[in-house]
Design a protein around this ligand. Structure first.
Ligand code: DCT
Ligand code: CA
Ligand code: CA
Length: 358
């Protein structure tokens, strides 16, 4: 049985701005893409408070100004910052995955089929939500389903901070209430043609005559539409298995004290190690991840003989952390551990032989 999760961060850009500018919390926040000519431009996104005022993505800023008051916060997009946090959160999420695929700056698919049940997967989803909340201060919405399509649609079902589980047997019921344009990947043009054929809900589409669909859309697209309406999607989350595993945590307070930081790294590594054993993973590179008080990120790694031992992670982390701190690099806000250069048990044995013959 496949179990797939789709994670989408809630009002991502606005949430990150609220997180780094606590003084704007509780206010309507609008993130703007300025055209470069004075005040003109469009709304990239807005937080939920601003959405209550009718603010939407792609709305001209001048429109938005008319709907808001002097208490509303308008901020320019800072994509570089959002990307850097996004990639840190992606690393965290990837560490929970059997296979992983980032789908956009604020979305990812996580295959968790190694879970025994949807209940187990739901627990992992809660852990991911907690992990993101405590380390990055933002919420996300997660959908869990038997494939990517259903997971993606489930993550949209409840927002913000939602968690929606749709098992195979519940797909029909979940889809029945939705209009066709809610199917991921069905655009405005297709919706119009379908409406002309009298097809408005996903249920209508699921029941539609394939021959009739083929006349309007051709064979391939007709088949695709029908499959989507039935919640069928065989596409894998990613072609490749995971490449790394990491855990990042926030320190009690910003510090450059070795013991304080190491304590955190040790705790994270110990937690991560359980998963390494469960998944029968071996690794060749150990890295520490350091995020300074100004959110700049540094990593330092060391490549060793393939191993799966906690001891090897901790010993190397200690050395790397000491090296880092000796450089007088300022205070540390968050610290983490990563293993990469992963090898399977089988590859490990073969590489041992290779060395022997070299
Ligand atoms: N975006 C944009 N222009 C649009 C739509 C989106 O620039 N017309 C950008 C802004 C946010 C980012 O893409 C991700 O989009 P969503 O996930 O739709 O937005 P969000 O702000 O994260 O909101 P939600 O809580 O609904 O996911
Ligand atoms: Ca989002
Ligand atoms: Ca999104």
């Amino acid at each position: 049985m496949r179990i797939v999760m789709h994670v989408d961060f809630d009002s991502f850009y606005a949430s990150l701005e609220e997180q780094r500018k606590p003084e704007i919390k509780g206010k309507a926040v609008i993130i703007c893409m300025y055209s470069g000519r004075g005040e003109s431009g469009a709304v990239a996104t807005a937080n939920y408070k601003a959405r209550e005022l009718g603010i939407k993505s792609a709305m001209p800023i001048a429109f938005a100004k008319r709907r808001t008051n002097s208490d509303t916060i308008f901020l320019p997009v800072d994509l570089e910052y959002y990307r850097s946090i996004s990639s840190q959160i992606m690393d965290v999420m990837e560490s929970y995955a059997d296979s992983f695929k980032q789908a956009s700056i604020d979305e990812a698919y996580i295959d968790v089929s190694s879970c025994e049940s949807f209940t187990e997967a739901e627990k992992i989803a809660k852990q991911i939500k907690d992990d993101i909340k405590s380390n990055f201060g933002i919420t996300c919405s997660i959908g869990i389903g038997p494939n990517k399509l259903v997971a993606k649609m489930a993550s949209r079902a409840k927002k913000p901070d939602g968690l929606t589980v749709v098992k195979q047997e519940d797909v029909k019921n979940f889809f029945s209430s939705l209009s066709v344009d809610k199917i991921h990947g069905i655009g405005g043009k297709t919706t119009t043609v379908l409406a002309e054929m009298g097809i408005e809900t996903i249920e209508d589409l699921a029941k539609a005559d394939v021959a009739k669909l083929e006349l309007s859309f051709g064979k391939n697209k007709a088949k695709l539409l029908k499959e989507k309406a039935l919640g069928i999607d065989e596409s894998p989350v990613a072609e490749q298995a995971i490449k790394q595993m990491s855990r990042i945590g926030t320190l009690q307070e910003d510090t450059s004290d070795f013991n304080e930081i190491y304590k955190k790294v040790e705790q994270l590594a110990t937690e991560m190690h359980k998963k390494i054993i469960k998944r029968k993973i071996y690794f060749r590179t150990v890295s520490i991840i350091i995020i300074g008080a100004n959110i700049e990120m540094a990593t330092r790694g060391k490549t060793i003989q393939a191993t799966n031992k906690l001891e090897d992670i901790l010993d190397n982390a200690k050395i790397l952390l000491k090296e880092y701190l000796n450089q007088d690099s300022g205070k540390v806000r968050r610290a983490g551990i990563r293993i990469s250069n992963l090898v399977t048990e089988e590859q490990k044995e073969n590489s041992g032989l290779y060395k022997f013959f070299k």
